[in-house]
Design a binder for this molecule. Structure first.
Ligand code: NDP
Length: 297
C-alpha cells in the first residue's frame, strides 16, 4: 500500500499530504469512490456543505469504520462553511448541520470556504453574486469558527481562498490561529508567493483543482498534454496527471485530486515513489499562465 506522508499543523494535529476531492461527486458515485479510496489507503477526504454530498460521504465513511477497515481516528475529514452562513451566530449551527449530514461527532478541519459572504436568505448558488453579497466581515466569522473548536466540533480550523492581505488581517485578531489555507494550485497557478507567505505564518496549504480540472467547463488548457509534461511522464514511467500532482506536492502543498474512477483514484495516490529535479519543477513552473479554474467575479 502506498505510504502517504503527513503534514503537521501548528497545533500539533496531522493531515495526510494527499486527499480525495469530492466536488461534483454525487450520490452513488461518491459513496463508491470514498469506499474505494479508503480501501486503497486514502485517509484524507475533502468535502463542503456547498457540495451537497456530505450525507453520502458520511455513509461511506461509517460503512468503512463499521466493517473494520479504519477507525474514525485514522481518517482526516475536512468540510467547509458556505458563504450564506458567515454571521458569527450562524457558524456553530452550520457546523453542527454538516456534522449531522456526515453522521460524525467532529471534523478534523473546518474551513471558511471563501472570504466573502452572501446574504443568508440568498440561494447557495445565487444567479447574480453582486446582489447576493453581504458585508459580514470574515473576522466576525472567524469568532464563530473558534467556537467550533471550543465546542469540540472541529479539531482544527482554517481558511480557503484567502489572500495574504486577508490572512494578515485575520492573524491580527485571531485567538486560535488558522492552520491551513486551501487554494487553487496547479500547473497554471503555482501560487509560489502565497505558499511562501503561508509557510512563514505556520499555515499549511492544501491544493485544490491540482489537475486543473480536466474535463471541466473552464475551457482552460491545463497543460497535462504539453510536451514538457509528456516527456517527464515518459522519463518516470508515470501518467501526466501523476507528474502534475507530484509537482503540486513538491511546491509544498497537499493535493486533493477529485475522481470517482477507481483506476484514477489509485493512479493519483501513486506519486510518492519518485521526485522531480529542481530543473524539472522550474520547467513546469514556466508553463503556468496564471489562469484559474475557480475564479470568482
Ligand atoms: P481536479 O483538478 O481534482 O480535477 C478533477 C477532474 O479530473 C475530474 O473530472 C476527474 O474525473 C478528472 N481526473 C481525476 N484524476 C484523473 C487522472 N488521473 N487523469 C485524468 N483525469 C483525472 O479538480 P477539482 O476542481 O475537483 O479539485 C479537487 C478538489 O478540490 C475538489 O473536488 C474539491 O474537493 C476541492 N475544491 C475546493 C475548492 C475551494 O474553493 N476550496 C474549489 C474547487 C475544488 P473523474 O472523477 O471522472 O475520474
Amino acid at each position: 500500500m502506498t505510504n502517504i506522508p503527513v503534514i503537521t499543523f501548528s497545533n500539533g494535529h496531522k493531515m495526510p499530504a494527499l486527499g480525495l476531492g469530492t466536488y461534483k461527486s454525487e450520490e452513488e458515485s461518491v459513496k463508491k469512490a470514498i469506499k474505494e479510496a479508503i480501501n486503497l489507503g486514502y485517509r484524507h477526504i475533502d468535502t463542503a456543505f456547498y457540495y451537497g454530498n456530505e450525507r453520502e460521504i458520511g455513509e461511506a465513511v461509517r460503512e468503512k469504520i463499521e466493517d473494520g477497515t479504519v477507525t474514525r481516528e485514522d481518517l482526516f475529514i475536512t468540510t467547509k462553511l458556505w458563504n450564506n452562513f458567515h454571521r458569527e451566530e450562524r457558524v456553530v449551527p452550520t457546523c453542527k448541520q454538516s456534522l449531522a449530514n456526515l453522521g460524525l461527532d467532529y471534523v478534523d478541519l473546518y474551513l471558511i470556504h471563501w472570504p466573502m459572504a452572501y446574504k443568508e436568505e440568498e440561494d447557495l448558488r445565487p444567479k447574480d453574486i453582486s446582489l447576493a453579497e453581504s458585508d459580514v466581515d470574515y473576522l466576525e466569522t472567524w469568532r464563530g469558527m473558534e467556537e467550533c473548536v471550543r465546542q469540540g466540533l472541529a479539531r482544527s480550523i482554517g481558511i480557503s481562498n484567502f489572500n495574504s492581505e486577508q490572512i494578515t488581517r485575520l492573524l491580527k485578531s485571531a485567538k486560535i490561529a488558522p492552520v491551513n489555507n486551501q487554494i487553487e494550485v496547479n500547473i497554471n497557478v503555482n501560487q509560489e508567493k502565497l505558499i511562501d507567505f503561508c509557510k512563514k505564518h505556520n499555515i499549511t496549504v492544501t491544493a485544490y483543482s491540482p489537475l486543473g480540472q480536466p474535463g471541466g467547463s473552464s475551457g482552460i488548457d491545463n497543460k497535462l498534454d504539453s510536451s514538457v509534461i509528456m516527456l517527464l511522464a515518459k522519463k518516470y514511467n508515470k501518467t501526466p496527471a501523476q507528474i502534475a500532482l507530484r509537482y503540486v506536492y513538491q511546491e509544498g502543498t497537499a493535493p486533493i485530486p477529485k475522481s470517482v474512477t477507481a483506476s484514477r483514484i489509485k493512479e493519483n495516490m501513486e506519486i510518492f515513489d519518485f521526485s522531480l529535479t529542481s530543473d524539472e519543477t522550474n520547467a513546469i513552473r514556466k508553463l503556468g499562465t496564471g489562469e484559474r479554474v475557480a475564479s470568482f467575479p
